[in-house]
Design a protein around this ligand. Structure first.
Ligand code: IPE
Ligand code: IPE
Ligand code: MG
Length: 229
């Protein structure tokens, strides 16, 4: 079949897992795995953009990840600052930066000020782009998102599927078509529970730092097989 006739996912989401194990297997400190993971994300953005995928959402750091050792958290935070500062690359890919997570000023939110600033700047400096929407989930947990959406929906009137949807962190984001989790784990880990009801889930044993365009194509093929059933 002509591959241009096959359906293509509108929204691809990735649970970027296995950075630590990738490093362990190489006898490197875990933090090296996170650094390599950040490079893999840059590759994923290029690949998604080249395939004209409209939405790419990645799980960068969860509400549960704060309990990790302080030095590891610090390293991941500084990598996120670096990641949000890759503005020229985003512009080259005609890609916009977005972020989902606990709103900075809300009780319990933990994004430090220097990461907040990097996020705000990245969003402003890429807002003119019209291609790929790249959303980074940072200090993100789906239960926190849903609890907040339900509370807001209730305070504005009726709780309905539409009113909950309209109070999610990124209400204009379409549902996920293809959810990828790397590194052999088959959990959802509190990621986008509201947005994945119809998603094809693709698990791969490869660790996130080894994720590349070929792996994205395998995941897309799995989505396409699902749609043809
Ligand atoms: C994913 O890799 C990155 C984050 C969760 C921040 P991990 O750090 O979870 O790597 P593993 O699962 O321990 O190998
Ligand atoms: C999920 O990975 C969160 C991110 C990828 C940021 P984890 O490694 O934190 O998930 P669990 O703890 O294995 O479920
Ligand atoms: Mg993990």
């Amino acid at each position: 079949m002509d591959s241009s006739l096959l359906p293509s996912p509108i929204h691809v989401a990735c649970i970027m897992d296995g950075n630590g194990r990738w490093a362990n297997r190489r006898g490197l400190p875990r933090n090296e795995g996170h650094t390599a993971g950040e490079e893999a994300l840059a590759g994923a953005v290029r690949a998604a953009s080249a395939r004209q995928i409209p939405w790419l959402t990645v799980f960068g750091f969860s509400t549960e990840n704060w309990v990790r050792p302080r030095a590891e958290v610090r390293h991941i935070l500084s990598l996120h600052r670096k990641l949000f500062a890759r503005i020229d690359e985003m512009n080259e890919n005609n890609a916009r930066t977005r972020w989902i997570g606990r709103p900075f000023k809300e009780r319990g939110a933990r994004t430090p000020i220097y990461v907040q600033k990097a996020i705000t700047k990245a969003i402003a400096d890429t807002a003119h782009n019209s291609g790929l929407e790249v959303t980074v989930a940072f200090d993100y947990g789906s239960r926190a998102e849903l609890l907040r959406a339900a509370q807001l929906a209730m305070s504005h009137g009726e709780v309905t599927p539409d009113s909950i949807s309209s109070h999610l962190y990124s209400p204009d984001m379409p549902d996920v078509d293809l959810l990828i989790r790397t590194s052999g784990e088959t959990r959802i880990s509190n990621f986008m529970l509201w947005q994945i009801p119809e998603a094809t889930v693709y698990f791969t044993d490869h660790a996130w730092p080894d994720f590349n365009a070929a792996e994205l194509d395998n995941a897309i093929s799995s989505f396409q097989r699902d749609k043809q059933r």
